[in-house]
Design a protein around this ligand. Structure first.
Ligand code: ZN
Length: 488
């Protein structure tokens, strides 16, 4: 087993040699989506980052149990335990059952992840499926004196915890600063301190998602699910916990606190965080109106996009930056990524046509150790890709007759390309063969034409499109935002 892997640990703020707790097994937990809306570029980055971590660990010989959860209850609109549950709100707005919202957006998330060639996790638990485990965790935190009950809700006592442990060690925040920042909210609720966070929230009887507990009918706090499910499937201390940098505080900080408060030790050996994606230097967000969903990227149907981009272009674009760097979206950057990716795929075709000679004039074998060194250096995919481009240039020189390679070297290079491009980076050649995607794109074009017909009051054309598609067993459903299609 290749064991030169170094991982940057957010907790120690240094690169550390990767030594799993019980090799060759690796337990990895990544915070998955809260399923109340379509997946966007901000969802693609952690999914692809940790997909490559998952793939590479398996490639170098580890047996990985990868848990990526689905948050379907308890994630409120803001981090101060205020506002409505995101899923309940969506359900209310759309007149759906909360679990209909969960199913709809979980299915869409899965479809997008398949399009991006993200491997399925080993286990995909939901928060609502682990209420009992979360209640047990609250009981032990209460028993150890690090939580308090207030009118049927239970809150984590950050001040008490901070006397014995350190709240803020992951994010580098200090409780005094937290107090400073959140003082305005204090006194408005039943918390002792505004930075205390909810473990259990009592609900009014009309609330649509609630469960019985020793304290009240209610629901668990958002940070609790990952502590409960991580421990259940990976053990009380496991190897890797990942997620986006936006989860560092308060979500992951609180996970550490909950684990220490209930079990007396940290839950995770290596904390990994991917950086954010920006658009024109600004953080992406619905309120900024620069929010592009993955489906919009694949169809090109969004005003910020000059055209459609394939899922592999998105994947390659994300991997061209190191996961700890910010990544700025632009149409130009995506088009450059697409061009680069095609160059690599072209090279694979060129390798098949190379004419071998007796002796090689270039050393292609050195690239093997370079590629592994790049990946071993905290999964440095941009350097890995840069070496693949170097190799690609050499292969093109062989093809032009400027350099020579033996039969053995040609098959060596072919294998090396295949391992890194397909297995490790998880790219796939999309050229004309991805019929699902093509159908999506064609249907999108047809629906845009039909919508234009409707806007022009050309009902004959709109109806004809619907009828003809119906003969192909494709149903069109008009919604308030446009139309949707599905197979019968
Ligand atoms: Zn989480």
């Amino acid at each position: 087993m290749n064991n030169n892997l170094q991982i940057y640990n957010t907790l120690s703020r240094t690169k550390e040699k990767f030594e799993p707790i019980v090799p060759p097994h690796v337990g990895m937990y990544v915070c998955g989506p809260t399923v109340y809306g379509d997946a966007h570029l901000g969802h693609a980055r952690p999914a692809i980052t940790f997909d490559v971590v998952f793939r590479y660990l398996m490639h170098i010989g580890y047996k990985v149990r990868y848990v990526r959860n689905i948050t379907d209850v308890g994630h409120l609109e803001n981090d101060a335990d205020e506002g409505e549950d995101k899923i309940v709100k969506k359900a209310r707005l759309e007149s759906l059952e909360p679990m209909e919202v969960v199913k709809l957006f979980t299915d869409r998330y899965h479809k997008n992840m398949d399009q991006l060639n993200v491997l399925h996790p080993s286990i995909e638990p939901t928060a609502s499926g682990h209420i009992i485990e979360q209640i047990e965790l609250i009981k032990s935190i209460l028993n150890n004196g690090y939580a308090y009950e207030a009118d049927g809700s239970v809150y984590f006592d950050v001040e008490k915890y901070n006397k014995d442990y350190q709240y803020g060690k992951l994010s580098g925040r200090k409780t005094e600063d937290l107090l400073e920042n959140t003082r305005i909210l204090a006194g408005q609720d039943e918390k002792k301190n505004s930075y205390d966070f909810a473990l259990w929230k009592k609900t009014d009887p009309k609330h649509i998602m609630q469960w019985p507990s020793p304290w009240s009918d209610g629901y668990p706090g958002w940070h609790l699910e990952c502590s409960a499910m991580g421990a259940k499937y990976l053990g009380e201390k496991f190897d890797i916990h990942g997620g986006g940098m936006d989860l560092l505080f308060p979500h992951h900080e609180s996970e550490i606190a909950q684990s220490n408060a209930s079990r007396g030790h940290d839950p995770v050996k290596y904390w990994m965080h991917n950086n954010m994606i920006t658009i024109g230097g600004q953080k992406m967000g619905k309120s900024l109106n620069n929010f592009i969903t993955l489906d919009e990227f694949f169809s090109g149907n969004q005003e910020l996009l000059t055209r459609a981009y394939s899922p592999m272009t998105i994947r390659f674009f994300i991997l061209q930056a190191h996961y700890r760097s910010t990544l700025d979206f632009s149409n130009e950057a995506l088009q450059a990524a697409e061009k680069g990716m095609h160059k690599l795929f072209n090279t694979i075709e060129i390798i098949d046509k190379l004419v071998p000679t007796e002796k090689s004039t270039i050393d292609v074998r050195q690239f093997e150790s370079r590629l592994y060194e790049a990946m071993n250096d905290d999964f440095n995919t941009p350097i890995t890709i840069a070496y693949l481009f170097d190799l690609s240039r050499l292969i093109n020189q062989v093809n032009d007759g400027k350099e020579k390679l033996t039969k053995e070297d040609i098959s060596f290079v072919k294998e090396l390309f295949a391992v890194f491009i397909f297995k490790v980076l998880g790219l796939k050649n999309e050229s004309g063969k991805n019929s699902d995607l093509l159908i999506d794109q064609l249907m999108n074009t047809i629906l845009v034409i039909r919508n234009d017909a409707k806007l022009n009051k050309d009902w004959a054309t709109a109806d004809r499109i619907r009828e003809d598609l119906s003969k192909l067993k494709i149903n069109i459903k008009d919604t308030k935002d446009g139309s949707e299609w599905s197979f019968e």
